[in-house]
Design a protein around this ligand. Structure first.
Ligand code: NDP
Length: 283
């Protein structure tokens, strides 16, 4: 067979990116599947993003991830957006389709996939989300597109919380309500899925947990955290003590990496391997 020394290129643009572990996970998956692909972790300054995106085309790269601070500013540089990316107004994965750049947001899709893998579904559910930042927006929009019955958005900054509710009602057509984050917040009784989509509890602040009344978390709720380091947060531990089923943030992160893998290679991803590598990298 004729040898090919040229690798297919993927990667991430961001700043800072030095501590982003995605490359290790994607490259382990490429190796497992026998693909001559590389994942490059590249520091790109905001003023260089346009030329960097041109280089995705010039180098014939299969695609690229975007992380802070490029997720929103990349949007005008793309040719097409997925429905979710269009509603969220942010892109974390670009696919180069024959020179046309397609923008997707796999943050929320990774969450939905991880929840489904745990045996739960979104359809018809009343979901309470703590937070209204990038991760919360992506998760909320994806829950709406997956036919959630109602979304309750709790956020410390009321403007940000209300803005997300407006997006959900007007652009995603889902019943949605803003709840101010008062001290020791009681979780609405109608909640079936409760999600911490804030950064509270992320390493090194591993003893922190969202200020909610944990006595209002019930055993009929599924409680999820986006924080993945540590995987088992104080929030999840407290929810389990109330009898709730819990789903941690590692599955969401690994599922995103798996979705990227499939978008770029067209192949099913070795998800279990990716979860294992990610857990080792973030331990
Ligand atoms: P943003 O900065 O966009 O949003 C942060 C959110 O957390 C805001 O809603 C903010 O509220 C809230 N928040 C932060 N500190 C507090 C506090 N002390 N009390 C109340 N609310 C607080 O960050 P992202 O949405 O991008 O990321 C959030 C978390 O999600 C991070 O830990 C990130 O690592 C994780 N993440 C996990 C992923 C996964 O795959 N598991 C994927 C993406 C992100 P306010 O608006 O009031 O400031």
């Amino acid at each position: 067979m004729k040898k090919c020394y040229r690798a297919e290129l993927t990667g991430v643009f961001g700043i800072p990116v030095d501590d982003n572990p995605t490359g290790v996970v994607e490259e382990a998956a490429y190796k497992e599947e026998g693909l001559n692909y590389r994942y490059l972790t590249i520091e790109v300054k905001p003023e260089d993003l346009s030329i960097a995106m041109d280089s995705v085309k010039a180098f014939g790269m299969k695609g690229i991830n975007l992380t802070m601070p490029h997720k929103v500013t990349v949007v005008p540089l793309l040719d097409e957006l997925s429905e979710a990316a269009g509603i969220i107004g942010a892109v974390n994965t670009v696919v180069n389709r024959d020179g046309k750049l397609f923008g997707e947001n796999t943050d929320g899709k990774g969450f939905v996939r991880a929840l489904e893998d745990s045996g739960e579904s979104i359809e018809g559910k009343t979901i309470t989300i703590l937070g209204a930042g990038g991760a919360a927006r992506a998760i909320a929009v994806e829950c709406a597109l997956n036919h959630a019955k109602k979304l309750c958005i709790v956020n410390r900054n009321p403007e940000r919380g209300k803005e997300l509710v407006q997006i959900l009602i007007t652009k995603a057509g889902v019943l949605s309500e803003y709840i101010p984050w008062d001290k020791n917040l009681p979780i609405p009784q109608e909640t079936q899925i409760l999600i911490n989509a804030t950064s509270i509890g992320f390493s090194p602040n591993i003893k922190d947990r969202p200020d909610i009344d944990y006595r209002t978390v019930t055993s009929s709720m599924v409680v999820c955290d986006v924080v993945f380091s540590p995987a088992d947060t104080e929030f999840l531990k407290a929810a389990r003590a109330q009898g709730a089923k819990t789903v941690n943030g590692l599955g969401m992160l690994a599922s995103q990496a798996a979705l990227n893998f499939t978008l770029w290679t067209g192949k099913k991803a070795p998800l279990e391997l990716m979860k294992k590598v990610l857990a080792e990298e973030t331990a």
